[in-house]
Design a protein around this ligand. Sequence first.
Ligand SMILES: NC(=O)c1ccc[n+]([C@@H]2O[C@H](COP(=O)([O-])OP(=O)(O)OC[C@H]3O[C@@H](n4cnc5c(N)ncnc54)[C@H](OP(=O)(O)O)[C@@H]3O)[C@@H](O)[C@H]2O)c1
Length: 281
Amino acid sequence: MMKENKLFGVVGHPIRHSLSPVMHNAVFKKLGLNYSYSAFDIEKNDLDVFLKRCREMNFLGLNVTVPHKVDIIRYLDDLDENARLINAVNTIKFEDNMLLGYNTDGLGCVRALEEGGERIGGKRILILGAGGAARAIVFQCALEGAEIAISNRTMDRAMRLAREIREKLNKRVLVVNFSESSIRDIIPTTDILINATSVGMYPKIHRSPVSSDVLNPKLTVMDIVYNPIETQFLRNAKRIGCKTIDGVGMFVHQGAESLRIWLDIKPPIDLMRKVVVEKLV
Ligand SMILES: NC(=O)c1ccc[n+]([C@@H]2O[C@H](COP(=O)([O-])OP(=O)(O)OC[C@H]3O[C@@H](n4cnc5c(N)ncnc54)[C@H](OP(=O)(O)O)[C@@H]3O)[C@@H](O)[C@H]2O)c1
């Protein structure tokens, strides 16, 4: 007998290219759950009404994506510690008529690094970018005991993020100029280099946030851009001999963490990666 139907979804604007429905519906099918996950294109001013409708329809969970991760907070009843620290929500759980906000982006990145054989504690990590995804990654890596440096095109944004980490977590974060020479200087004392900018994302797939000249083979290089799966940045790093980790891993693991929050299950990571990769190639 099929179990009770439960509703899930992702809310963003625009949303039509989201890979979350295909990934989560594949999990539900595999586990024999009669649940469904849909994409909702909602504008900022309609978020309140949308969430009320979700409550009425007994939704169990939502993912939240660009541009609503911060704006949605005002409609939630409570936040977990990560979401509160990062001040952004990518996962909502509906529980006893309450809306609870979580952020699984940073944990998704850390899990992907661990899957690639990296331990985070004590590692020296240079993060390129200071946007929404970078914020979540910087907070999570700081919580896990990494030594962090940030480099962002808009220096002021990186400075503000570093200040926030110092104030909230009492940890020092180095801010590096977003220039090839400054990044080259810090690479010899870096273990993991993460591109958390949107540089290299489709359709500008031949761009890379830094040139091959600044890389060295001892680095582990991760790109959180996942379209294309192998970015120019990762291709350059691979050619030099670096260990590389693509952005699909983070996407899959942030989704897996959402599933753990909603359903307390062990998500089928391999299947999730397979369906996402099939959609991207
Ligand atoms: N794998 C995953 O699960 C996952 C999850 C979330 C996001 N992502 C990907 O991560 C990327 C960033 O997402 P986001 O939500 O953080 O976006 P965002 O908040 O808009 O931030 C964009 C970041 O990229 C930088 N940037 C943009 N264009 C640049 C350029 N031409 N040169 C140098 N830096 C540039 C921005 O620097 P400024 O501050 O100077 O503008 C900022 O740091 C996107 O490609 C997204 O698809 C992947």
